[in-house]
Design a protein around this ligand. Sequence first.
Ligand SMILES: CC(C)(COP(=O)(O)OP(=O)(O)OC[C@H]1O[C@@H](n2cnc3c(N)ncnc32)[C@H](O)[C@@H]1O)[C@@H](O)C(=O)NCCC(=O)NCCS
Ligand SMILES: Nc1ncnc2c1ncn2[C@@H]1O[C@H](COP(=O)(O)OP(=O)(O)OP(=O)(O)O)[C@@H](O)[C@H]1O
Length: 232
Amino acid sequence: MRIVGLTGGIASGKSTVSNLFKASGIPVVDADVVARDVLKKGSGGWKRVVAAFGEEILLPSREVDRPKLGQIVFSSDSKRQLLNKLMAPYISSGIFWEILKQWASGAKVIVVDIPLLFEVKMDKWTKPIVVVWVSQETQLKRLMERDGLSEEDARNRVMAQMPLDSKRSKADVVIDNNGSLDDLHQQFDKVLSEIRKPLTWIEFWRSRQGAFSVLGSVILGLSVCKQLKIGS
Ligand SMILES: CC(C)(COP(=O)(O)OP(=O)(O)OC[C@H]1O[C@@H](n2cnc3c(N)ncnc32)[C@H](O)[C@@H]1O)[C@@H](O)C(=O)NCCC(=O)NCCS
Ligand SMILES: Nc1ncnc2c1ncn2[C@@H]1O[C@H](COP(=O)(O)OP(=O)(O)OP(=O)(O)O)[C@@H](O)[C@H]1O
């Protein structure tokens, strides 16, 4: 099994590339989707975040007012770090379970689409690391167009992440997404051939995917035993 790390900056084009992986039959674990579930009303993450930020971040439905919480955390490093600290355990375990489910269903390659790959140290578990890179000018333009943000709000969100050039320097594979969608598709085809090659044994163990496979086998084995009530 190969766990591919897909990252970039906000609005750099990760979801666009994710959709190309899905269209090629490769399952994608989307960290943003996992993070949304963590904040679902009544969940453990929701309780911790509401306790820390107060009920003013809730809509009348008592679901989190996401734009409002975004405004709070993307304009204050300390509040963003607090949110990350509260949510990180739930996000990491959620990503782990999603990968395990895909692996148990026989997936040979799994892509993890995660904006904060380096920040949450998921880069240790993925190979290759694919970074979708754009210039900051393109990034701000697309972010403002897509989300209807002011330049200040867009810049706050961009500055809340590790600089994209730093991520690019840590990448195994860089997709330059400054061009058209056709240009992106051409680069994607090269990436696809790269990730379909099996990992060498050294890559398998060095990227901790060996450890993941052992851990996943133990957990799956225990859940099968529990279901069959073996050893009870
Ligand atoms: C603050 C929240 C509620 C704002 O929600 P909103 O719907 O407006 O934005 P959304 O979740 O779609 O995020 C848009 C993009 O913002 C960036 N982003 C999100 N959270 C963070 C963060 N903590 N630090 C830096 N960038 C972030 C990502 O590139 C993401 O793709 C939301 O971003 C959130 O819950 N963030 C904390 C969880 C997290 O860290 N998610 C990143 C997964 S690795
Ligand atoms: N090559 C391209 N040319 C023009 N527009 C693009 C290109 N790639 C992506 N876009 C557009 O730019 C915006 C951001 O792309 P996308 O949503 O894929 O970024 P993302 O990295 O997933 O963002 P986020 O971090 O918010 O999840 C979208 O509106 C998308 O349609």
